[in-house]
Design a protein around this ligand. Structure first.
Ligand SMILES: Cc1ncc(COP(=O)(O)O)c(C=O)c1O
Length: 397
């Protein structure tokens, strides 16, 4: 792989012309073709009207799910589409019934809080939640997670890549323990899909959830759920609806006659425009290839570490490149203000409490951009040059 090979993709992402964009952990850059794809959506609706459902839209979740499947190593027909990962987790957990002797959900304190909120809310149904604590560096040691999985565990849900530290958990070891104890596993791959090579089939997970808006450059509104094909044949999610029905247009009010593919895991009318938005990013990620993306990512994250060290900025991120995914968090003094000052100057990064500024280069970023970002960060820190930017506020800090 040469650097130039990947740099030719830069023109596909308009924001790169004006911005050092390193926030793919949050919202990946929009591909140029996304505007065309959304225009196609509008044109279809305008000219075909309701006929669009039978011409493409009804099966579009399946179409997009299969494209996701190619990126995560899932076979055709095993990935369903949902609005967000919390909803995808709801669908997966809706396949599990708590029994007094097997009612435990195990997740991590380092998981994305939305999932923890959701699992805690399920205790009213008879589930019992164990949140495995993290160390001060926000990583959960593997043994601590393995020890938390016992014969009462029904459902283990954990992040493949921890969102604050980008630490890659040993998913295969957790799956082996969970299956040995008779529990199902949902792997949250939001911070792994699109930035590290993945093979959900080889990992043996029961469910794998993720979304398109971060490393898959697909915009908000499109998340996915892989269900292990043999589980899919019998899964009966309590959260269901007419899109999962084999013959939805009979409008039969008896029990659902479920489809045999991943659309069995769906429920009501899906968000069609979000699918149009997601397709170009999925196609680009598949065309570039996860091995090349990972190689470039390792080169760029290593450069961040080198420059952070040169400037004396601490980082709690692991130095083991095999355990680090796409993000390096660096923690200069007044990191929140520094991150805002950077953003105001078109160096787009974010801040998370405890870890500092998350820098998330993707395959379309360059070493030169890392160098410019770190020089700017050092300048802002040295001159405490953020008072002027104090008015910059946003929901995504
Ligand atoms: C690991 C992880 N899971 C889940 C989410 C978001 O979940 P949802 O799609 O439900 O908003 C994020 C968002 O940052 C995340 O990093």
């Amino acid at each position: 792989m040469t650097t130039d090979d990947l740099e030719r993709w830069r023109t596909e992402f308009p924001i790169l012309a004006s911005t050092v964009y390193m926030i793919s952990n949050s919202l990946g850059a929009m591909p140029r073709r996304t505007a065309e794809s959304l225009a196609e959506y509008a044109h279809t609706w305008a000219t075909r009207g309701v006929r669009a459902w039978e011409e493409r839209w009804w099966e579009m979740a399946r179409e997009v799910g299969d494209k996701v499947g190619r990126v995560i190593g899932a076979p055709a027909g095993s990935v369903s589409m949902h609005e967000n990962v919390t909803t995808a987790a709801m669908v997966a957990l809706a396949c599990v019934r708590p029994r007094p002797e097997r009612n435990r959900i195990v997740c991590l304190a380092a998981d994305f809080p939305s999932l923890i909120y959701f699992y805690r809310a399920q205790e009213v149904l008879g589930f019992d939640l164990t949140v495995v604590p993290a160390d001060p560096d926000f990583v959960v040691p593997l043994d601590r997670l393995l020890d938390a999985i016992d014969g009462r565990t029904a459902f283990v849900s954990f992040s493949h890549v921890l969102f604050k530290t980008s630490y890659i958990m040993d998913a295969a070891a957790v799956v082996a323990r969970a299956h040995d104890r008779g529990a199902l596993v949902l792997l949250d791959g939001y911070q792994s899909a699109g930035i590290i090579p993945l093979d959900v089939t080889a990992l043996g997970v029961d469910f794998f959830a993720g979304g398109c808006l971060k490393w898959l450059c697909g915009g908000p509104g499109t998340a996915f759920l892989y269900t292990r094909p043999d589980l899919l044949r019998t899964a009966q999610p309590r959260f269901t609806g007419w899109f999962s029905h084999r013959s939805p247009f009979t409008f039969d009010t008896g029990p659902v006659d479920p489809r045999g593919d991943a659309m069995r895991m769906m429920n009501g009318t899906p968000s069609i425009p979000a699918y149009y938005a997601a397709l170009p990013g999925l196609e680009i990620i598949a065309a570039v290839g996860l091995d090349r993306i990972r190689a470039r990512s390792k080169q760029l994250t290593a450069r961040v570490f080198a420059l952070a060290e040169r400037h004396g900025f601490p980082s709690i991120a692991t130095r083991d490149p095999e355990r680090l995914a796409g993000t390096v968090a660096v923690n200069p003094p007044d990191a929140l203000q520094v991150s805002r000052a950077l953003k105001a100057r078109d160096f787009v990064v974010d801040f998370r409490p405890g870890v500092g500024i998350r820098i998330s280069p993707h395959f379309y970023n360059t070493v030169d951009e890392i160098d410019r970002l770190m020089v700017e960060m050092a300048r802002i820190v040295e001159h405490r040059d953020y008072a002027a930017d104090a008015t910059v506020r946003s929901v995504v800090t």
